[in-house]
Design a protein around this ligand. Structure first.
Ligand SMILES: [Zn+2]
Ligand SMILES: [Zn+2]
Length: 394
């Protein structure tokens, strides 16, 4: 069986874009429309071919199939290659031109089939209306009650330094979609699922235009053949938005940017599908002294020059309280010392980080004569130039 060459039918190249295809279709549809060619069987056939060609070439999915295998069928690829068009309505594709509004170019022809249009509605706008309404409905599969997992929710949470270290329990007020209790998530009013009286459950209605009969998707039930009254609470969605307080446990050692997952506290799924999850991104407020570096804590500690020069033991703050730190003789400014396992407890690994103490040497405050004397004495003992090194680098 020879396949139709839809491109040839529309008189366009194979590489024609959507616009060219639409323009060609408009021109030909106008030329061959039955209203304008009453009783002309050849024109009527031609019009149908043009329509069929446009139906396929204007739809990206159909066009792709046509381009690949040379024809389009709603029943899918040949050889059962795939479920293309699965879930077909009974009665096959609805070809026909019922509902086609030709008022614009049938003006003055006395055609009673077209709806009157206001002068402000341009021709192209009319066409678009027609296409979206006509093709849009054809492609529209019946709304199945397909279960879909609920979407995840994202929340940001600020906690202070100590809450992050020790862990905490917070109550978060979130807005989420919950299963509608009125309809139990079905979206339908109880006992309202009845056969559509418009199409008697077939999903299709027949329309007459002149001597021709056209099968259309039933507008009342949208092709499903059944009428479902929508639940008054959720308006058919099966879910309602509400505000909820969620108790969240932040484990000890939480870090800046940590993400916590609270399973099942995202939006509810549809038709019994599971809910999404709630994700909480933690922001830790900085501490004026302790700096977090992963599981390590860093602090700067001022040290006097005599302490650094002679060596000593000093007390430094840690997240556990005071700790003793040995400052060895000859400690330099900026030198760092590690206090093992004085850092943050990592709840995942169970181990603790360290505390890193950076020494900041403080210049002595010299106001009295005695101190000046001592420093002069010191200078006499150590006349070496501390800047020798830097001159070597210039
Ligand atoms: Zn409901
Ligand atoms: Zn119906």
């Amino acid at each position: 069986m020879a396949q139709n060459d839809y491109y040839k039918t529309l008189g366009v190249d194979k590489g024609a874009d959507v616009d060219e295809i639409r323009k060609a279709y408009r021109r030909l549809a106008r030329k061959h429309h039955p209203d304008l060619n009453p009783g002309d069987k050849a024109s009527e056939d031609r019009f149908k071919q043009v329509q069929e060609a446009y139906d396929v070439l204007s739809d990206p999915k159909k066009k792709q199939m046509y381009d690949q295998v040379g024809f389009y069928s709603e029943n899918g690829m040949p050889g059962g290659a795939g479920g293309y068009g699965a879930g077909n309505r009974p009665g096959g594709p609805n070809m026909g031109f019922g509902g086609f509004d030709f008022s614009d170019f049938a003006k003055g022809a006395g055609s009673g089939s077209g709806r009157p249009r206001g002068p402000e509605a341009g021709e192209s706008a009319n066409f678009q209306d027609i296409f979206s309404q006509w093709f849009g409905r054809q492609q529209h599969e019946p709304q199945e009650a397909r279960p879909e997992k609920g979407s995840d929710l994202e929340y940001g949470l600020s906690i202070d330094f100590w809450q992050a270290i020790r862990g905490t329990q917070v109550r978060l007020k979130i807005n989420r979609q919950e299963v509608c209790t009125t309809c139990g998530g079905s979206g339908a009013r109880a006992g309202a699922n009845t056969v559509c009286p418009e199409c008697n459950g077939s999903g299709n209605v027949t329309q007459m235009a002149g001597a021709m009969r056209f099968s259309l998707t039933c507008p009342r039930c949208e092709g499903t053949g059944r009428l479902t009254n929508r639940c008054g609470t959720c308006h058919g969605d099966g879910r309602i938005s509400h505000s909820e307080t969620v108790e969240v446990r932040i484990p000890p050692g939480a870090q800046q940017g940590s993400r916590l997952r609270v399973a099942g506290k995202g939006n509810a799924g549809t038709h019994g599908a599971p809910a999404g999850d709630l994700y909480i991104t933690v922001r830790v407020e900085p501490h004026p002294l302790f700096k977090r570096e992963g599981d390590d804590i860093e602090i700067e500690v001022p040290v006097r020059i005599d302490e650094a020069g002679l060596g000593t033991k000093i007390e430094v703050p840690t997240i556990d309280g005071r700790a003793l730190l040995k400052i060895p003789q000859g400690t330099k400014n900026g030198q760092k010392f590690r206090l093992r396992e004085k850092g943050v407890q990592n709840s995942r690994s169970g181990t603790r980080g360290d505390q890193i103490v950076e020494v900041v040497l403080e210049a002595p405050v010299v106001q009295d004569e005695r101190t000046k004397e001592l420093l002069r004495e010191y200078a006499e003992l150590h006349p070496e130039d501390p800047r020798t090194e830097i001159w070597n680098k210039v």
